[in-house]
Structures are given as C-alpha cells and as structure tokens.
Write a protein that binds this ligand. Sequence first.
Ligand code: MLT
Length: 407
Amino acid sequence: MARINSNYSKLAAGYLFPEIAKRTREFLAQNEGVTVMRLGIGDTTEHLCPTIVKGLQDEVAGLGTSDGYSGYGNSEGIDPLRQAVADLYKGFGAEVKMSDVWISDGAKPDSANIQSIFSADSVIAVQDPAYPVYVDSNVITGRTGESKDGCYEGLVYMPCTEENGFFPEIPSEKVDLIYICSPNNPTGAVATKEQLKGFVDYARKHKAIIIYDSAYAAFITDDSLPRSIYEIEGAETCAIEINSFSKYAGFTGVRLGWCIVPAALEVEDGGAGKLHALWGRRQNTFFNGASNIVQAGGLAALSPEGQKECGELVSFYLENARIIKDCLEGVGLTCFGGDNAPYIWMKTPEGITSWEFFDKLLTECHVVGTPGAGFGPSGEGYFRLSAFGHRENVLKAVESIKSNLKL
Ligand code: MLT
C-alpha cells in the first residue's frame, strides 16, 4: 500500500506566490475592467540583452549542424561557463575554483536540493523572515515538527528586525545548517563583512555549514559590501554558495544558476572532499545538466559585453526601487532595503497586519505586493514591494499609491 510523505501536510499553507496570484485573480474576477500593477513576485520583466540573445541563437544554430550538435552534457555544466563563474568571483576578490562550481537550472532548485546531502537530524537555522524554500524543503524532508503559531517545532529562527538592522545574531545554541541570504529576500538588507565573519567563525568552530544565497549580489552598488561569502577568510571550509542568472540576466523563465560546493568543506563526520563528492553524486543521479542552449546564453551573459548589458538592466531595476521607496516614504511610510537590492521592505501602518495591508493596497490602489508574514513570523507587520516591473507599470503604481492609499 502506497503512503504519502506526511511531512507535506505540515506545510503551513500554499506556496506564497501562487497564493498571492490566486487572491489577485479572485479580486480581478470580482472587479471587472480593473487592471492591477504587480509588484509582488520578484519576476523580471525586461527583455534579454542582445549579447545573450546572440549566444542563445548561435548555440541553437550549432545544434542544427553535425559539428555543433551535442547530446547529454556533464551534470556539473560546461567547463567554460564554470570557469567564467570562477572568474566572476576573482573580480570581487574571492577565490573560487572552477572545479567547485556546479551549473544548475536555477537557485531555487539548488536551495531546495542542497539539504539532501546532510544528515536527516541536522538542526536548521534560518533567517526570519526568509525565502520560503529554505524552510519548506527542510519541512518536507522531516527536519521539523508541526507548525505552531507560525513557527515549526525544531527549527531555529534567527529574527531579523529593525533593531538588528535585519541581520540576525549568531545562534546561541549549536546548529548544523545555517541559511543566509544577502542581499536579503525579502528585507533588502545586505550583510557586512564583519557580520558574515561572525557566522563564518561560528560555523568553523561548530563544524556547521552555511548555505549562502547570493542570488541578488549583482544589485550591490556599495563597494564596501561583500558580494560573496568567499570574501571572508576561511569561508571555503564552511560555506556553500548559491547564485542565479535569473535576476541578473533576466533568466527567470530561461533558467540557469550555480552552486559552489568547495572541496575544502569540512563537517563533523567528513573531511575535505566529502561534501563536494556527495553533491557530485547527488547531481549525477538526479540531474542531466542545465540545457546546453541556456548555458551558452549564460556564458554570453558573463562575457565583458554581456556583463555591461546586464549591469544596465540591474541599474534599471534599482531605479525602479528608488522610485517605489521615494513614493512610500513620501506618503509617510517607513521603508528599508531597496538601495543594494531589488526589494523594498515596508513597515505596515500601526495596527494593520501584512495580509490586511495586502488587501488594502489591492483594493484601494490596485497594486499587488507581498505580505511579510508569508516569509516567516518576524515578517508580520512588514510588506515587500518588488522593483521588477516595466517602468510604466511602476510609475502607475506609485501614482495610484500617492492618490488612493488611505493612511
Ligand atoms: C520572490 O519573489 O521572492 C522570488 O522571485 C521568488 C523566486 O525567485 O523564486
């Protein structure tokens, strides 16, 4: 008799973004003729850069020839792209070996899959609020108990609050896996080198592993802020880093990311090389490598011309962030983030929960955002606005907020 994985029934609710889409659809069904401005999900809207398009097209054309055709690739990706990723890190002063880079179909699958190479009884620490995938993937694997009052039993929540500048204190107990996202989704806060050093020191002392999500690193404009955890000495012995072409190159639909699992990583029951080998084993079993066409697009994105064009795209979204933040502050709301990240983290007005604010913004202004509570208990009382959008849509959204939001 087949039985279900009952851990799925512990999941508190539907996945956040489909839930928002459902509520938006219901609103539109009840309000015919209304159009909404979507600043909810962080989904890119601007078209691919010309250099990337050419990279993709050349690969497709090659696949139509006997000489250019290729079948299965290595699960870790093509070497030129792995090398280009390693070179990118060199550019901001971090040492990454090409052999430690795995190319994937995106940061979300890597974020969800990486936990599978760790012991089932690992104690997990997450920033609170956090990108839901870190928590849900560990719930599904059975590393938590039930959810009570918005918190899973057995999970260590590291609150990110206004008081600590939205970067957590080092855990007071011993934990095994620590998820850190910087620039942070959803708060837009960026960890300093000193803050990361604190976690690297903790992880080395306790043989813990940091899973560092740097999917928004390209949005850092302040050069004093680290773009990678490997800018911190010793991090290659205790940190895995996940990144993506999604937000940098507009690959949310194209799909491409990377995961760095250094050979130097050490855990309690495995010395250097062990985790690296396990991840390779895992990928060889579950994954046949990212699409060859898409990897060619990724290689083009990391060429000097591609980087220049993608940099312009990033600046465009950061300008959207500035417009949104200026508007919200202009109407008297308190905001964080948005300077080195594509997310603005707004405090909801006194006495209004984050889902109530979702409804208020939707009904009064026809603007869709993301309720902070969807990212964890410390997200209650906050609301996330995404800077990914056509400029016209962003301008319409801010005009509507200025004219229609009743505070
Ligand atoms: C978000 O809006 O938080 C992200 O776009 C979701 C994702 O990258 O999967």
